[in-house]
Design a protein around this ligand. Sequence first.
Ligand SMILES: [Zn+2]
Length: 83
Amino acid sequence: MGLIRLLVFAALIYLIWRLAKRLLPARHGDARRPAEPDKATAQRMLKCQQCGVHVPEHEAFQHNGLSFCCQSHQRQYLEHHER
Ligand SMILES: [Zn+2]
């Protein structure tokens, strides 16, 4: 009696597991993350006033409407152009 009850219980769990697996989106070992290359390339590039290198807007150092690739170039430029 106990064994039959156990088998029924196991069958139930199996059915529920199968149903859940079907309802849930299939999991892949390595989930492909939707990389966003469009966003990255569409980013505004700013030219360093000191060396001419183009840097993404979020990485650029900006000062009085001027942009620089790094803080030292900003300082160098200002030393030469501002008195
Ligand atoms: Zn620079």
